[in-house]
Design a protein around this ligand. Structure first.
Ligand code: NAD
Length: 477
């Protein structure tokens, strides 16, 4: 296996394995063409990944955080060197523009660097003992072999967070990337292998998601589960984790509100919101979705935002002229069709978009719906597409009530020039991450995660490392 961007393989105990118990087609969503095939792991291959993960954990936990850090940093450098090729492959498998894919890969390399450093700071503490001559120590230790599941919308970043944090903490990791977008995670495995990672510390498996997660989570080898994906699947996996009393981190869906007060500069705010909405064709768990706009500027804002969305150039992400690429799969286009039709029936106005774009490929026009009733499906179900909703509000309390009305609690945003409103709204929003006058809420050095049905636990930041550590109290006399 010489290529720096491996073709879809299983990666078990340092071996690149081309076939298993079946396969599925890999599709380019911009052309709908078959571009390869993805092997499915057999039960025996999953057992061998578990065995390798258990064995390598015993060795890796004894490697010093300093030496682990050196390997992770070397891998980060290799990922940067290979970023153009990895990004091109992400665009081809997932649809996002090359510029976005490249930014994501560089962000993933940063994440490896962050955890390489943070792993060296997995400090415990000394507690003053009650008796002279005793020692009371709080120790941090790796939890053990991890089962990690990353989705198709950010195949590089969301794999990196799970791999880098678990390895930095001293855990071994079995990752199942999404079968639709396996290459970024495999490219990271290759970079880590080239950087000197011992065999088995990272294994990558692919296959039927439920079969793999059930096999891995039920195994006594696995001590921790980390999953990014939909709330429905998260709840299913949380029950399995609970049966084995396993630690778990869940980063699930969202339906982010954006409160726009009447004191803002509309053009400036639209300039910030547009790239946030069309990024990755809206398939982002923190995408701004429900825009609550104060009455006095509702018409002007909706008009300006609709105009900006209508100007977006949509097409193949490999063509650098295009600002928004294809949606990742046909399921997302079907969902857009269903949600827009239902909103129309419920009385919503379509201010722009609302239809497929192009003759082939999974393209959808950037869409703005206005005056959407609360019982329309799109007001309650995560659209996960280039679809925004604008509804008016009167007072801060009304807006906050609307923003908090869903069971989701991932990201929430507000735009205002008033310090008083900023403080009040940041305190009142029920969300794990809040952006005031900007959308930057997901970075390596800050904790990221939701509350309510958006999940529990944090990825990134100090908390992202802590999630892979056990706390042990040692009392020495
Ligand atoms: P889905 O719910 O079937 O899959 C979501 C992700 O979970 C995929 O990556 C899939 O491979 C994985 N998955 C599914 N079943 C699994 C199982 N039993 N065990 C382990 N992994 C499993 O549906 P989908 O059509 O791929 O996506 C639909 C919805 O999922 C989206 O509308 C969005 O709400 C949500 N989603 C959220 C994120 C996120 O970043 N939080 C990412 C991808 C999808």
């Amino acid at each position: 296996m010489e290529a720096t961007i491996p073709k879809p393989h299983l990666f078990i105990d340092g071996e690149w394995i081309a076939s298993g118990a079946g396969e599925q087609a890999l599709i380019n969503p911009a052309t709908e063409a078959r571009i390869g095939s993805v092997p499915h792991a057999s039960a025996a291959q999953l057992d061998s990944a578990l065995e390798s993960s258990e064995r390598s954990f015993r060795q890796w936990r004894r490697v010093s955080p300093y030496d682990r850090s050196t390997i992770l940093r070397r891998a980060a450098d290799l990922i940067r060197e290979r970023s153009d090729a990895i990004a091109r492959q992400i665009t081809t498998e997932q649809g996002k523009t090359f510029a976005e894919a490249k930014g994501e890969v560089l962000g993933a390399a940063d994440t490896f660097d962050w955890f390489a450093e943070e792993g060296r700071r997995a400090y415990g503490r000394i507690v003053p003992p009650r008796e002279y001559g005793h020692r009371w120590l709080v120790m941090k230790e790796p939890v053990g072999p991890v089962a990690a599941f990353s989705p198709w919308n950010f195949p590089a970043m969301l794999s990196a967070r799970k791999i880098a944090a678990s390895l930095a903490a001293g855990c071994s990791c079995i990752l199942k990337p999404a079968e639709e977008t396996p290459s970024a995670a495999l490219a990271f495995a290759k970079a880590l292998q080239d950087a000197g990672l011992p065999n088995g510390v990272l294994n990558i498996v692919l296959g039927v998601p439920d079969r793999i997660s059930t096999h891995l989570i039920r195994s006594p080898v696995i001590k921790k589960l980390t999953f990014t994906g939909s709330t429905a699947v998260g709840k299913h996996l949380a029950k399995m984790a609970a049966e084995g009393m396993k630690k778990a981190t869940f980063e699930l869906g969202g339906h982010s509100p954006v409160i726009v007060f009447d004191d803002v500069d509309i053009d400036h705010v639209v300039k910030i919101l547009l790239p946030g909405k069309i990024r990755n064709a809206g398939q982002v768990c923190i995408a701004p979705t429900r825009f609550y706009v104060q009455e006095a500027i509702f018409s002007a804002f909706s008009e300006a935002f609709a105009k900006a969305l209508a100007s977006v150039k949509v097409g193949d992400g490999l063509d650098t002229q295009n600002q928004m690429g294809a949606m990742a799969n046909g399921r997302r286009v079907d969902a857009m069709q269903r949600l827009v039709a239902n909103a129309r029936d419920a009385g919503a106005r379509v201010l722009t978009g609302g239809a497929r774009s192009g003759e082939s490929g999974y393209f959808w026009q950037p869409t703005l719906l206005a005056d959407v009733p609360d019982d329309a499906h799109v007001m309650n179900e995560e659209p996960f597409g280039p679809l925004a909703i604008a509804n008016p509000f009167r007072t801060l309390d009304d807006a906050v009530m609307q923003a908090n009305r869903l069971p989701y609690g991932l990201a929430a945003y507000a735009f205002t020039q008033s310090a008083r409103r900023s403080i009040d709204v940041a305190a009142a929003l029920e969300a794990g991450v809040v952006g005031i006058n900007n959308l930057t809420v997901s970075i390596a050095e800050a904790p990221f995660g939701g509350i309510k049905e958006s999940g529990y636990g944090s990825e990134a930041g100090q908390e992202g490392l802590e999630a892979f550590l056990n706390t042990k109290f040692v009392s020495e006399a």
